[in-house]
Design a protein around this ligand. Sequence first.
Ligand code: SF4
Length: 231
Amino acid sequence: AQIAEAVRLHQRVTRKQAMARAVELLHLVAIPQPERRVNQYPHEFSGGMRQRAVIAMAVANDPDLLIADEPTTALDVTVQAQILAVLRSLQERLGLGLVLITHDLGVVAGHADRVAVVYSGRVVEQAGVSELFADPRHPYTRGLIASIPNLEESRERLFSIDGSPPALGRLPGGCAFYPRCIYAAARCRTEDPPLHDVGGRFSACHFATTLPPFHSAVLAAASLDSGDVAP
Ligand code: SF4
């Protein structure tokens, strides 16, 4: 009924046609036996199936763009892989643009073409997924990547970015990342760096082109040892 409602709100169709479209949509998101399932209540679906039903609602009216905000949060890894496969398949079959909002860098690495990293409500870096992971040009992105556990390294402590994100109502002057940045210099305190072109990609850091080569282990060690790495 919820899926059919999304159809009826936007299209001139009868109740019966909307239910037929709901069956079609459940089939599209790989729900088995959609003719039977369409009459069930949400509590009769598993978590992964409910997530697919929500995706079915989202694509019910043939959008050009699908914005999926944390679509795999609270799902186990198997179901997460299934949901991402459904999104990928919809993207290809319906020609959808897909904006995936996630904190999971593994999901980003495996599914994104282009990545925008957001800090304090602003895009601070934007690049193709391969170049972003190989050579991040913003210190916040570097911190995020360095904090991913690496099974090939033995480290007593995982890297973390010191401090907490600032309250949006009380952003520091200058660069919003300044209080937490291991590359910060005096001008960062007063000059807010704009997002600018760095050879076909974008960074909002004064030192985007002069940051030292990135190696997550080196960054983590430097940060833990001294708390300060000059650009
Ligand atoms: S502008 Fe300065 S404080 Fe901001 S991210 Fe770059 S180095 Fe760090």
